[in-house]
Structures are given as C-alpha cells and as structure tokens.
Ligand binder design. Structure first.
Ligand code: ZN
Length: 212
C-alpha cells in the first residue's frame, strides 16, 4: 500500500513537524516550506503585531487592520513562529499570491478553491482574493457552467490514511483513460492508465494499487 507519510519531500510543506493541530494539512504539497512561512510571517508588519498580541494579550481598542484578527483572537495561536487559526495557517502577505496559485491548480473554480482554502489557509481577504483570481482566469471562466456549487471537499476528514478514497476517471489523454485514486486524508494521489474503463479492469487496477 502506498505510504502517504513519505510524501513531503524537500521544498514541500512538512508542517506535520510543528504539532498535532497541523495534522489536517500535513500533506498539502504547497511548494512553500515551513521556513519560508516563518520568515515571511516575521517580515509581515501586521502579522508581527498579531503575534505580539497573541503572546501578550489584546487591547480592547485595536486599529482597523487588526480587526479581522481581533475577531478571531480566541482561536489564534502561534506554533513554531507560524500563526494558526484553528488548523489553518495564517498566510503572510508576501506569499499569498503563491498560495492562490497553488490552490488554483487544475482550475477548480471559485467554490472548490474556497473549500480547499478553508482546510489549509486563511488571511482576511482570502475569499475576495480567490474571486478576483478566478475572474482573471479564462479557463475557469469557460468551465464555469460545470463548476459544482457544492464544495468538493465537503466530506468529513477521515481519521486514518486510506480509510476513504475518491476515485475518478480522467481523459482520454494520450489515447488512454486514467484512473485517479485520491486518499481523502493525505490527498495522496495514485494515477494509472487504463485502456478500458470497465468494472473488471478497474478492480484489477485497484488491486494493483493496494497490493502492489
Ligand atoms: Zn483557472
């Protein structure tokens, strides 16, 4: 059976080292390292203020740029110099674009992109930024009529790897169909080519994945 625990490689986000609250996001293959998030958080003037308030306490009257954080003050925490809101990383401004770029992979459309973001990351204007990003993407605009209204990640989070998988076919691409198996927890992806998409062939492929 594939081992999702081996996924994060150099340059990928290996935030699982930080602590249990980050379990939900440990496998996201953001091409952002923990180090980069830490550095950018340290450089971000607003997040520096937020960090200080988390450590030293909040004043009742705070400046308007701090209000979105003040509202969440009970749920904000610092883990290894990274600000967390619940299980989500508070992304410093310097790398927000890179995160949007990552979340947009595969042209998911607005609702799926928002749903995906909700699992992993937050910053005050994230929803508006996602809308703006999608509006500028021709491909997402073209795909819009088929864009599911329901978030694709609306399932509950399983407790163990391979407890629930999602299977879909892609293609035809390069003359083949491709069966895509995604582990719901780790987001580990297995892709296999298939010449025929019959149930028998699919079962054989799945056997190959899980026994191989
Ligand atoms: Zn797009």
């Amino acid at each position: 059976m594939p081992n999702p625990d081996q996924i994060p490689s150099e340059g990928e986000l290996t935030v699982h080292k930080i602590g249990t609250r980050l379990q939900a996001i440990k496998m996201i293959d953001l091409t952002l390292s923990e180090k980069l998030i830490k550095e950018e958080t340290g450089k971000d003037p607003v997040l520096r203020e937020v960090s200080n308030h988390i450590k030293l306490g909040w004043k009742n009257q705070c400046n308007s740029h701090l209000k979105p954080y003040y509202r969440k003050r009970e749920e904000l925490a610092i883990e290894n110099k990274i600000i967390m809101w619940g299980g989500r990383i508070v992304i410093p401004q310097g790398i927000q674009k890179a995160v949007l770029h990552y979340l947009h992979r595969g042209h998911p459309g607005t609702s799926a992109m928002r749903a995906l973001a909700r699992f992993y990351v937050w910053w005050p204007s994230i929803d508006e930024d996602i809308d703006r990003y999608i509006k500028l993407c021709h491909k997402c605009q073209e795909n819009r009529p088929n864009d599911p209204e329901l978030p694709i990640y609306s399932w509950s989070i399983p407790e163990k790897n391979w407890e629930r998988i999602h299977i879909d076919f892609a293609g035809p691409f390069e003359g083949k169909y491709w069966v895509v198996v995604v582990d719901a927890l780790s987001k580990w992806i297995e892709v296999r080519p298939m010449t025929k998409t019959t149930t028998v062939k699919l079962c054989a492929k799945l056997d190959g994945i899980f026994q191989g």
